[in-house]
Design a protein around this ligand. Structure first.
Ligand code: FE
Length: 344
């Protein structure tokens, strides 16, 4: 977009998440959407890299014939099979869809940070696969070969149709709803539901003092992902305020249906990949947990609970709460190179 020479200052009351002024997208200040700037700062404060975490104990346990059962080995490979491509799917949507249509520069700042975090997560899975000497071809192909993973990914990717079209533009009721539908799928369903039975399995390992290096990385990833989810929910709720016409009863019902489909796909995934259950979590427990998570996501958008399930894995909430308090992060001492320490 060319700029126009003008003395008129940006009026932040004109700034919008979508459908804002074209010239406004490159001027960060004055900020209107403060949640985005806060999320950007939290993301920076939480910075981490997978290679800072030792995989030595995991490697010894993986090589030992008697630490992990056959079911546990298969479970670790299957959750990695979902994870390895999940964050790449999320990253593509941020760069190729969300960023293009968001017209708030502070939101774009956070999306740049979020995109980098998705890359760190993919790096983390690669680091685990490589450290344990797993077959990369097997793990990285699972999204095309294992039904339960394929069905989740195919569902999510179907919502890129239309949005990835270079001619797609927000600004009509239909297009704005299509954009919000994409946010719901990627934030609430992909980042907010589809990762959670795999997260639970990884913390099952951790609670048995197994694969602790892998699990610690997943803990950092879950902390990042809960920020991504928060940001996505803030985007959607702010668009609801700025473009109230989109929030029709029909559209609200449609969103509830999308979340219900997500809950079903994730429960099916857990049932198919852990048919005998794992670490005391069985198919009913997973379903109840995923339903509970689904209700919580809907509540954040002001939509009604569908299952009224209670949380059968209260220890998962403790892990999430720890993330919020950032206490566990203090176990790690890392110095990052800053401008002052670089030598030229
Ligand atoms: Fe994410």
């Amino acid at each position: 977009m060319p700029i126009t020479k003008t003395d008129a200052r940006v009026d932040i009351n004109q700034r919008r998440i979508i459908n804002g002024a074209d010239a406004d997208v490159i001027q960060l200040y004055p900020i209107k959407h403060k949640f985005a700037w806060e999320a950007y700062n939290v993301g920076n404060a939480n910075h981490w890299l997978p290679t800072e975490i030792s995989m030595q104990k995991d490697i010894e346990q993986w090589r030992s014939p008697d630490v992990l059962s056959a079911d546990e080995r298969q479970a670790l490979k299957t959750v990695l099979g979902f994870f390895t491509t999940g964050d790449s799917i999320a990253a593509n949507n941020i760069v190729l869809a969300t960023y293009r249509h968001v017209t708030s520069p502070e939101c774009r700042m956070y999306l740049l940070r979020q995109g980098y975090e998705e890359a760190i997560h993919t790096h983390s899975y690669q680091y685990i696969v490589e450290s344990l000497g797993l077959d990369e071809g097997e793990i990285f192909n699972m999204y095309r070969e294992v039904d339960a993973i394929y069905n989740k990914d195919a569902f999510v990717l179907s919502f890129n149709e239309g949005i990835f079209d270079p001619n797609f533009k927000t600004g009509t009721l239909e297009a704005d709803q299509k954009f919000v539908e994409n946010l719901v799928i990627f934030s609430l369903v992909m980042e907010g539901i589809f990762f959670y039975s795999s997260f639970a399995v990884m913390f099952g390992f951790q609670r048995q003092n197994k694969m602790v290096g892998s699990a610690e990385q997943i803990q950092y990833i879950m902390r990042d992902e809960s920020q991504h989810l928060n940001f996505g929910i803030n985007l959607i709720n702010t668009i609801k305020e700025e473009e109230p016409a989109i929030w029709t009863p029909e559209f609200q019902n449609h969103i509830v249906d999308l979340v219900k489909t997500g809950v079903n796909l994730e429960s099916t995934f857990a049932r198919e990949v852990f048919p005998k259950g794992i670490f005391g979590m069985n198919a009913d427990g997973f379903r109840q947990y995923i339903e509970y998570i689904g209700d919580r996501r809907l509540a954040r958008l002001g939509l009604p609970a569908q299952s009224h399930s209670t949380n059968p894995f209260p220890w998962m909430s403790e892990i999430v709460d720890l993330n919020k308090e950032k206490n566990f992060f203090e176990t790690r001492v890392i110095e990052y190179q800053t401008g002052g320490t670089l030598e030229w």
